[in-house]
Design a protein around this ligand. Structure first.
Ligand code: MN
Ligand code: MN
Length: 275
């Protein structure tokens, strides 16, 4: 399902057009995924459920609408992949997931922590969803992790505050030293067999792989690295996922849209029944 909402952004706007852009960029995907040996659209029922409308003038009202819409779909579908929209939407989506599964492991791919407290006094923004989710008891504090963190912070204390909210930080610097296989082992060791929600901010990718986003940071993952990590999730208990922050006005030749559509394709492939 798409959520064309970007009222929570702090820098470049435009992620409200993400869902239609990712759909348009998905046209070259084919039915068989050799990397995971999956037929993601044949071995399970996959539906494009359209978009959830969200009030662009009132963030808290939008959160309510997204929670209500995602809950109704989640009850019918069992599992949900959401295309954003800015990262604010992860909060109502996690409310929906936790209502069914209890506190869940969040594996959050992003250049940014998104656990800041507020911006200009605003509690609900694209930089704060995981702090609010932790405060609301939606996340499993033993099994959650940020992956791909990099770039400048406001202060060194940002990192300590984040730890107290229940996340382990896995930076691109560490990714450089342990590589893809090390990254896969690290995520599996943290999450184990807990119910897992995968939240992917497309800015986890390097701007050369995803220029079309709101807050780009140099030195990110390649799309090949991100896809390799996602393809390792076949034995994990994924209950839902989102891919957010695709802002097509800054994209070139669908670079970002194609990356996002392949990320979703590989998520669908690892969620497919085995055998
Ligand atoms: Mn980000
Ligand atoms: Mn984010």
């Amino acid at each position: 399902v798409g959520v064309p909402f970007d009222t929570g952004v702090s820098y470049r706007p435009g992620a409200r057009f993400g869902p239609s852009h990712v759909r348009e960029s998905s046209r070259l995907l084919r039915p068989y995924n050799p990397a995971t040996k999956a037929h993601p659209f044949a071995s399970q029922q996959v539906v494009d459920a359209g978009d959830i409308a969200a009030n662009p003038f009132d963030i808290e009202e939008a959160l309510t609408m997204i929670e209500r819409g995602s809950r109704a779909l989640h009850e019918r579908a069992g599992r949900l992949i959401t295309i954003g929209g800015d990262h604010t939407i992860a909060l109502p989506l996690l409310r929906t997931m936790a209502a069914k599964h209890g506190p869940i492991s969040v594996v959050h791919f992003d250049a940014h922590l998104d656990t800041w407290d507020s911006y200009f006094g605003a509690d609900y923004t694209h930089g704060t969803p995981f702090r609010r989710a932790s405060e609301e008891g939606l996340i499993d504090r033993e099994g959650s992790m940020h992956v791909g963190i990099r770039g400048p912070l406001y202060s060194a204390s940002d990192l300590d505050q984040d730890k107290s909210l229940g996340f382990e930080i896995f930076s691109t610097t560490e990714f450089d030293s342990i590589g893809i296989q090390g990254a896969i082992e690290k995520i599996h060791a943290r999450v184990q067999n807990r119910p897992m929600y995968v939240s992917i901010d497309i800015d986890v990718l390097d701007p050369s792989h995803a220029p079309g986003t709101g807050t780009p940071e140099a030195g990110g993952l390649t799309s090949r690295e991100l896809l390799a990590v996602i393809r390792s999730f076949g034995d994990m208990n994924i209950v839902g996922a989102d891919v957010v922050e695709v802002a097509p006005a800054y994209d070139w030749g669908q670079i970002t849209g194609v990356a996002a559509s392949h990320v979703i394709y590989d998520l669908l492939s690892v969620m497919a029944p085995k055998g």
